[in-house]
Design a binder for this molecule. Sequence first.
Ligand SMILES: Nc1nc2c(ncn2[C@@H]2O[C@H](COP(=O)(O)OP(=O)(O)O)[C@@H](O)[C@H]2O)c(=O)[nH]1
Ligand SMILES: [Mg+2]
Length: 315
Amino acid sequence: MVNNTIQWFPGHMHKARKEIEESIPKIDVIIEVLDARIPFSSENPLISAIRGDKPVVKVLNKRDLADPELTELWIEHLEKEQGVKAIAISTSQQQEVQKIMDLCRKLAPNRIAADKNIRTMIMGIPNVGKSTIINILAGRSVAITGNQPAVTRQQQRINLQNGIVLSDTPGILWPKVENPHSGFRLAATGAVKDTAMDYQDVAFYTVEYLGQAYAANLIERYQLDEPLPETEIELLEAIGAKRGCKRAGGHIDLHKASEILINELRSGTLGNITLERPEMITEELVQVALDNERRAEEKARNKEERRKRYLKNKR
Ligand SMILES: Nc1nc2c(ncn2[C@@H]2O[C@H](COP(=O)(O)OP(=O)(O)O)[C@@H](O)[C@H]2O)c(=O)[nH]1
Ligand SMILES: [Mg+2]
């Protein structure tokens, strides 16, 4: 199911963790890049687990695709945490990218007072825009950008000559998807490779959310009639019908409709859309905790039963 669809190798995770733990003491400020459309689901849990009291600049990148109102909410929410400053940027706006540096300076006044470089490390899951940001800050192309995460690469360390030293993360930080909703949102935004999850499942999940949170966007884009259909299947069918996704016999080709919806979401054609809100996450995490608890109880019960059976058979 959802949890298995993301390639999450314990070996890689262990190595990344060790390398990051070794580098953290030599870092003054962590720059954590997130996707503004999914600020929670695009986190890597390792970062908060090992950051200790290191200051963090949380960069909500791709704000050009996100819902500005929710981006504001997220910034407020993230900054409630001690030592965290948050900023929303789009890498097409160079001056916004430069503002990351101002926040780093604010978070490391002791380094400035001592006339020392501020040592930063840029971290984040694949595809959030780390390389693009590094290239802009460096003023030249030092990092490879693209849609697929590179598997092997060298750690970069760049002296920006403005009192700031930038290095990227050793190893690749995958998102950890304990919350099934996060898996769908990562797939919908394209953070996870297309093959990892069934397109149609992702589209069903997405269209259901959009129907509730962004009905106006769907109605306008696909010229849908109001009120919108109640089920996600009917809604996706309605979109497919408007886009001529018909198969022989007049059936709607849902796979084609799914592709259209997901592609238009990713490209921003559907408008500025954010797939999660802070209060949603709180609820979802309660559910994840309950599910984990239930699974643990079930496991304990099975173990007990196995033992009883074993003892009974022995007698
Ligand atoms: N829409 C949008 N796309 C961006 C932005 N920043 C980066 N991207 C795109 O996101 C993709 C991944 O960027 P990259 O820098 O390679 O991400 P990395 O894997 O974190 O290093 C590329 O296709 C970039 O062009 C942004 O602010 N807005
Ligand atoms: Mg990169």
